[in-house]
Design a protein. Sequence first.
Length: 53
Amino acid sequence: MGHQRGLTGAGHHHVARFPYIAVELYELLVLARGWSLDRYAQWTAHAITAALI
């Protein structure tokens, strides 16, 4: 088998936060569900922090 890169190190942080900054998530929560921009920003900050801890 070849070498497989795990989700550790510097690359992990990029992978962990990508789903939270995707345009589709913003569209779903803010545009479709009516979240305020402040609520979305707070949720995103909390989710990224939790994913990195």
